[in-house]
Design a protein around this ligand. Structure first.
Ligand SMILES: Cc1ncc(COP(=O)(O)O)c(C=O)c1O
Length: 378
């Protein structure tokens, strides 16, 4: 028997209860039944984000929501500051370029977190930038940026600069950074710790962000957030929504409520500690030794072992799918996704599987030491 298991940083495993909720006969998105699901999803997302304002639901993957954020608050010729410490940090710049927005990038070494000094320098050199954009978790380098402190610093130096946070791979693994006074736009994506299929993005906006959105000349129809907000007030979305995933979101949020947010964050912190202790005890080097990420752990295998061959071996022997590297880490690292519907047993089993495959490829490995290091975190 071969069972496929996903420990990738998106998509992630989906609980049976969520799958079953999505098995309902297809609902019409203008029906009263669906409107009830949408209202419940709004309430659930407000609870998850801890914000009063209604979230916006977009039928797109995370990149679409990043683009929607810039489209709605920037005009051609505006400048943004973005933190570029990996593939997703670089994406702000790519989107901005297509939209004729100037970018002042803070270049961060891959595997490191941005520093407040870098933030201060960038804001001082572009004090009139329209927005400051950052990932909370930079999934490609498995780094959690110190976003609460970063946002506070940006707002201290430039109170009207919009802060936009990509929380796509951190939402529901760690508290949302900042609050409505320092965080203006927050983006989450369904296929990560929300335990859902891909195709739904959520956004939360502060009142300051809404003011900017309302006063920015419109240049997108599909991603017009102001119109979307108006539609939501009448209980609908502007366009055909990712309705099945919204129904699934309500089931996922029920599960979150049962576990409790603090417990969810504690579980992700535990999974991260287990993964980090396990791979280090296997003789592997952590990719982000100083910026532990609750959702994903990256590591370099020992120099004698090919990273992609190791990943393939783990998949073919154990059915366990891990992620490889992206961008300049392609072929050099492995990433263990441990977000969403993942528990300590799975991370411990992943460490054992990686250990066995390392040993089979000739590396000298202390397998029992690694399992103990991992389990001692419990
Ligand atoms: C932090 C982060 N931002 C953005 C994205 C892009 O999201 P999508 O692939 O859903 O467009 C991802 C996807 O992995 C991500 O991890």
């Amino acid at each position: 028997m071969y069972k496929e298991r996903l420990l990738t940083p998106g998509p992630t495993p989906i609980p049976q209860r969520v799958l079953q909720a999505m098995e309902l006969p297809m609902l019409h998105h203008r029906s009263d039944v669906f409107k009830k699901h949408l209202a419940k999803a709004c309430e659930g997302a407000r609870w998850l984000f801890g914000w009063d304002s209604d979230p916006i639901f977009l039928a797109c993957s995370g990149t679409g929501a990043m683009e929607a954020a810039l489209l709605n608050c920037c005009s051609p010729g505006d400048t943004i500051i973005s933190v570029n410490g990996g593939v997703f940090g670089a994406r702000w710049g790519k989107i901005a370029e297509r939209l004729q927005i100037q970018v002042k990038e803070i270049e961060v070494a891959w595997g490191a977190a941005v520093t407040l000094e870098q933030v201060r320098e960038a804001v001082a050199s572009a004090p009139h930038a329209k927005a400051f954009c950052i990932q909370h978790a930079e999934t490609s380098t498995t780094v959690l940026h110190p976003v609460s402190d970063v946002l506070a610093e940006v707002k201290r130096l430039a109170p009207s600069m919009l802060t936009i946070v990509d929380g796509i791979s951190s939402c529901a693994t760690t508290p949302m950074p900042g609050g409505p006074s320092t965080l203006d736009m927050y983006i989450a994506g369904s296929q990560k710790a929300l335990m859902l299929p891909p195709g739904l993005s959520l956004m939360a906006l502060s009142s300051h962000a809404w003011q900017v959105v309302e006063s920015t000349p419109k240049r997108t129809l599909y991603f017009d957030l102001a119109t979307e907000r108006k539609s939501l007030k009448s209980g609908e979305t502007s366009w055909t929504p990712a309705s099945t995933i919204i129904v699934g979101l309500n089931a996922a949020i029920e599960i979150f409520r049962e576990e409790g947010l603090e417990e969810i964050y504690a579980r992700h912190s535990l999974l991260s500690r287990m993964a980090r202790a396990g791979v280090q005890a296997l003789g592997c080097e952590l990719l982000a030794p100083d910026a532990a990420c609750p959702s994903v752990t990256g590591f370099f295998p020992p120099p004698s072992v090919d990273a992609d061959a190791l990943r393939t071996a783990v998949r073919s022997r154990f059915g366990l799918r891990l992620a490889g590297g992206q961008g300049k880490f392609k072929g050099k690292i492995l990433r263990i996704g441990h977000m969403g519907y993942v528990d300590p047993f799975e991370v411990s089993a992943a460490i054992s599987a990686i250990g066995l495959c390392l040993a089979s490829s000739g590396a000298k490995v202390d397998m029992s030491g690694a399992t103990i290091a991992c389990l001692q975190c419990l």
